[in-house]
Design a protein around this ligand. Structure first.
Ligand SMILES: *[C@@H]1O[C@H](CO)[C@@H](O)[C@H](O)[C@H]1NC(C)=O
Ligand SMILES: *[C@@H]1O[C@H](CO)[C@@H](O)[C@H](O)[C@H]1NC(C)=O
Length: 306
């Protein structure tokens, strides 16, 4: 992949683990059951975690709320039972009390399950959706850090947002406050043809990582790809065509590729969620699973070099 090399040289960016091991693969996991959309129980999560490990080798998942569905209270014992870990998201906006409830739920889980929690993120693409400013997000991260560090001083707290909101400086106050940053990037939503999918993805992520390194004034930063993948159904988006062939190729080239370069990466998402609504006449949101609703892989989910 000569394009990656030229990007790295041009930016003097330092990859996190070039000399050491591959990056860690993580998988975003929904909290609702496929059949009736009720809340998953600890047993449901155990079954999911076993399937994810069997099909991908991954033992790391990501969720987006702690209090809805009592998600972290149900997930944490499942993580422990299966030897898995999670980066746990707090949903900080909505009702007046949600931020407090979300914070209370993670603090509670950390009291018993700190070893299972790889990190805590405040918000998901809240800057991208303009629901928070960088300053507001920074204050919320600080508030959560004060609470979590009392019970689990070593668990990093940060945020997750779209790569371009990290690259363009919108997130700077939040980056400065964070112990951990997750950057999302989807070549499908960049409207890229599959032939350019890996180039576009790596370019976007490297720009975000380089900006984080600049703000942090160090190269050794706790940085993950927060979400990426290629959908297997839905409508074409500009030059991006969603189908299984292209998703399989994106997996091998973009996802396995960036893992081999040492970048920790979450794939969005473990299983299809067929109840999700179509937006602008496009039901693509139902087709992001690397596995179908029965936990069957849509294509080979092993990475040859990882
Ligand atoms: C491929 O992606 C790069 C990086 O995002 C972009 O600069 C370039 O224009 C894209 N090429 C094509 C043919 O779309
Ligand atoms: C998926 O789309 C690509 C073009 O991007 C095409 O070459 C390929 O045949 C398609 N695969 C399927 C299964 O439709």
């Amino acid at each position: 992949m000569p394009s990656i090399i030229s990007i790295v040289k041009a930016s003097l960016l330092v990859l996190p683990a070039l000399a050491s091991a591959s990056g860690t693969l993580g998988v975003a996991l929904g909290i609702h059951k496929v059949n009736d959309q009720t809340c998953k129980t600890t047993e449901d999560f155990i079954a999911d975690l076993k399937t994810i490990k069997k099909e991908t080798g991954s033992t790391v998942v990501r969720i987006y709320t702690t209090s809805q569905c009592k998600a972290i209270a149900s997930l944490a014992p499942a993580l422990k039972a299966t030897g898995s870990k999670a980066i746990v998201g707090l949903w900080p906006t909505g009702t007046d009390t949600i931020f407090m409830e979300e914070t209370d739920a993670i603090v509670d889980a950390l009291k018993s399950y700190a070893d299972q929690i790889l990190g805590v993120t405040v918000g998901s693409e809240h800057l991208y959706r303009k629901e928070l400013t960088g300053e507001q997000l920074s204050k919320m991260i600080e508030t959560v850090q004060k609470r979590t560090k009392e019970v689990a001083p070593n668990v990093p707290v940060g945020f997750a947002d779209s790569w371009n909101k990290i690259q363009d400086g919108t997130a700077d106050p939040a980056v400065a406050q964070s112990d951990l940053v997750l950057a999302n990037a989807f070549s499908y939503w960049q409207g890229q043809e599959i032939n350019n999918g890996t180039h576009s993805f790596v370019d976007d992520i490297m720009q975000a990582l380089q900006h984080v390194q600049t703000i942090k004034k160090k190269t050794n930063v706790n940085f993950w790809v927060g979400e990426t993948n290629w959908p297997t159904g839905g409508k074409d988006f500009e030059k991006a065509i969603p189908n299984v062939t292209n998703a399989a190729r994106y997996w091998k080239e973009a996802i396995c590729g960036i893992l081999a370069w040492g970048v920790d990466t979450f794939v969005f998402e473990a299983f299809d969620e067929p109840w999700k609504p179509a937006e602008k006449n496009n039901d693509v949101e139902r087709h992001w699973g690397i596995m179908d609703i029965n936990g069957k892989p849509k294509f080979d989910l092993k990475c040859p070099n990882v």
